[in-house]
Design a binder for this molecule. Structure first.
Ligand code: URA
Length: 434
C-alpha cells in the first residue's frame, strides 16, 4: 500500500477500496502516513468526498486503529456528541446529568476544531483535571462516578487524534465524511450502546445550511446504527452562540453557574434537556422525550448533576470543591472591554463563526498545531438574536491578554452583529433524525 496512491484516488474522484482506507487509517495511528499526507488526504476528501462505502470503511479503520472499550456495568452505556459550535458546553452539563439518571457516560471528547471550542480545552481551565488518562483509569472513573470526560485516552482511536489536529489547521473540517469518521471512530471505540448527536446548523456550524446538516445527521445515524450503536440526532440551531459566553474558562464558569443554580433557563440548558431527554427515551429510561427532559431538568435543579460533576472532577485529578469554590480559581484575562451598539435596534443576525474566529485570534483556539492556548480569553455577555439595544448599549464583552488584542477583536465582534427593526429567533431544535 502507498499513501500517495490513496490520496491520488480520492483527488481524482475514485473511492479507494475499503482495505486501502483501513490501511490509511492504521497509518495515521502508526505514523506511517506523514502530516503532509494526512493534510492532502483531508483536503481531497473535503473536495471530492468518499461516498457511503468509503465513509464506513474510514470510520471502521479509525475505530480499529486503537483499543476498543468493553463494559460490564449495572446500567446502559451511552453518550452525546456535538458536531461543533460556539458557546456549546452542553457536554459538561449533560454527562453528569445523565449519570445522575443512571446512565454510564464514557465521554471521549476533542479539542477545539476550526472556529469551534473543544471540551478538552475547556476542561484544561480546571486546575488539576487530567484529560489524558489511561484507559484503565477512564473506565474506573466511569464505573465509580457514572461519567468521565477525557481525550482519546491511551490508545482510543489514535487515527482520529492525529487527523483531527491536522484538520484543525488546514481548513479541512467541513466534510460529512471526515466529521462522521472522526466522531464515530472514537464513540464506537468507547463501546457505546447508544449515542445522541447534536448536529449544529447555522452561521456558527460547520454545516451552515439545513440540507448539509441533514446530510451529516443522516450519515451519522446510518453509520452509527450500522455499526451496532443506537444513534439518533437532533439538528439544533447555531445561528447564535448557545450560551452568552465563548472561550474556554468563560464557558466553564457558565457551566458552574448553571450547576450551582445561579443561572436558570437559557438555550444552553434547553439544549442539555432536549438531548438528554431524547437519549433517556431511546434507552427506555423515560416514557418519552418530554419525560426524559423533565428528568434531566430535575438533576440540574436539585443539585444531583452538580454533585456528579464534582465527583468526576475530583476523580480526574481536579479539586473536590469545584462547585463551591471553582469559579474563583478559573483563569481571568487582564483586559476586559465592551463592544457597544452603534445604533438602536434588535439583534437581527449574528455571524456566529466570526465570533468563534475572534476567540481563536484572541488566543483561545489554535492557528497552528503547536499553539498553546490562553484559556482565560474570550467573549462574554453576548447578546442573542432578538435582544433590543439602544445606541451605546453593550453587545458583548471581550476578555483579552492585551489592549491590542482586545482592539483587534472589537471590530470583528461589532461586525458580527447586524441590528434591524425586527428579528426572528429560530427554534433551538430544528429537526430530529433517527
Ligand atoms: N467533533 C469531532 O469530534 N470531530 C469532528 O470532525 C467535528 C466535531
Amino acid at each position: 500500500m502507498d499513501a500517495r496512491a490513496v490520496i491520488a484516488a480520492v483527488r481524482d474522484g475514485r473511492v479507494p477500496d475499503a482495505a486501502a482506507l483501513r490501511w490509511f487509517a492504521a497509518g495515521l495511528a502508526s505514523g506511517v502516513v506523514t502530516d503532509a499526507q494526512a493534510g492532502a488526504f483531508a483536503m481531497a476528501v473535503v473536495l471530492k468526498g468518499l461516498g457511503e462505502a468509503g465513509r464506513v470503511a474510514l470510520t471502521e479503520g479509525m475505530r480499529d486503529s486503537g483499543d476498543i472499550l468493553r463494559w460490564d456495568l449495572p446500567g446502559p452505556v451511552a453518550d452525546k456528541h456535538s458536531t461543533g459550535g460556539v458557546g456549546d458546553t452542553v457536554s459538561l452539563l449533560l454527562a453528569p446529568a445523565l449519570a445522575a439518571c443512571g446512565v454510564f457516560v464514557p465521554m471521549v471528547s476533542g479539542r477545539g476544531l476550526g472556529h469551534t471550542g473543544g471540551t478538552l480545552d475547556k476542561l484544561d481551565a480546571l486546575d488539576g483535571y487530567r484529560t489524558e488518562v489511561s484507559a484503565a483509569q477512564f473506565s474506573r472513573v466511569v464505573a465509580e462516578t457514572g461519567c468521565a470526560i477525557a481525550g482519546a485516552t491511551g490508545n482510543i482511536a489514535p487515527a482520529d487524534k492525529r487527523l483531527y489536529l491536522v484538520r484543525d489547521v488546514t481548513s479541512t473540517v467541513e466534510s460529512v465524511d471526515l466529521i462522521t469518521a472522526s466522531i464515530l471512530s472514537k464513540k464506537l471505540a468507547a463501546g457505546l450502546e447508544a449515542l445522541v448527536m447534536d448536529v449544529k446548523c447555522g452561521s456558527g456550524a460547520f454545516m451552515a445550511t439545513r440540507e448539509d446538516a441533514r446530510a451529516l445527521a443522516e450519515a451519522l445515524v446510518a453509520t452509527g446504527t450500522g455499526a451496532g450503536c443506537a444513534t439518533l440526532a437532533l439538528i439544533t440551531d447555531m445561528d447564535q452562540p448557545l450560551a452568552p459566553v465563548a472561550g474556554n474558562a468563560l464557558e466553564v464558569a457558565e457551566v458552574l453557574r448553571v450547576l450551582r443554580g445561579d443561572v436558570r433557563g437559557g438555550r444552553l440548558r434547553a439544549a442539555t434537556e432536549a438531548l438528554g431527554g431524547a437519549l433517556l427515551a431511546r434507552l427506555g429510561l423515560a416514557a418519552d422525550e418530554s419525560a426524559g427532559q423533565a428528568q434531566i431538568a430535575a438533576t440540574l435543579d436539585d443539585g444531583r448533576a452538580a454533585e456528579r460533576f464534582g465527583r468526576m472532577v475530583a476523580a480526574m485529578g481536579g479539586a473536590a470543591d469545584v462547585i463551591e469554590n471553582g469559579l474563583s480559581r478559573l483563569p481571568e484575562a487582564p483586559v476586559v472591554v465592551e463592544v457597544t451598539a452603534g445604533e438602536a435596534g434588535a439583534v437581527a443576525r449574528i455571524d456566529t463563526r466570526a465570533l468563534g474566529e475572534a476567540v481563536v485570534h484572541l488566543g483561545g483556539g489554535r492557528l497552528r498545531e503547536d499553539d498553546r492556548l490562553d484559556l482565560s480569553v474570550g467573549l462574554s455577555d453576548l447578546l442573542g438574536l432578538g435582544a433590543t439595544v439602544a445606541r451605546g448599549d453593550p453587545l458583548a464583552r471581550i476578555h483579552a491578554a492585551t489592549e491590542e488584542a482586545a482592539e483587534a477583536a472589537r471590530a470583528a465582534v461589532a461586525g458580527a452583529y447586524t441590528l434591524g427593526e425586527t428579528a426572528e429567533v429560530p427554534d433551538l431544535v430544528l429537526e430530529r433524525i433517527g
